[in-house]
Design a protein around this ligand. Sequence first.
Ligand code: 4IP
Length: 126
Amino acid sequence: MRSGRTIDDVPTYASSVGTKEGFLNKQGNRVKTWKRRWFTLQRNELKYFKDRKDTEPIKALDLSRCTAVQFDYSREKVNCFCLVFPERTFFLCAKNALEADEWIKLLRWKMNQEQKQRLLRKNKTM
Ligand code: 4IP
């Protein structure tokens, strides 16, 4: 890493289409502390890890259960977005607006794909 750069400056990569990974700050649910976590988005799963090198995620979120993804302005931080699940809304913050926008777009695309698949399956059984 060049001097003066931090791990936050490392660009996030989409190693293949429809995947993304990178650091995001996440707020706890009951205890509202913010933790920096490594997030990976693959297929229909958003996982977060304590650190980038970890192999076991803290949680794996099934995006087929997610009902909305949107920019959020209710937190004390900037560049935040929320992921709404029936039992919990996750508040996540990116390092800048562009990064937040990229996560939101990709997450929404995944949700739309999932919805299309569901409709196709439903139509097949009719
Ligand atoms: C924790 O706060 C961490 O923020 C946890 O995040 C979070 O769990 C906890 O949420 C919150 O209490 P402290 O470490 O300050 O105690 P992480 O698991 O990333 O370490 P989530 O569910 O967000 O992963 P609650 O809801 O258990 O309070």
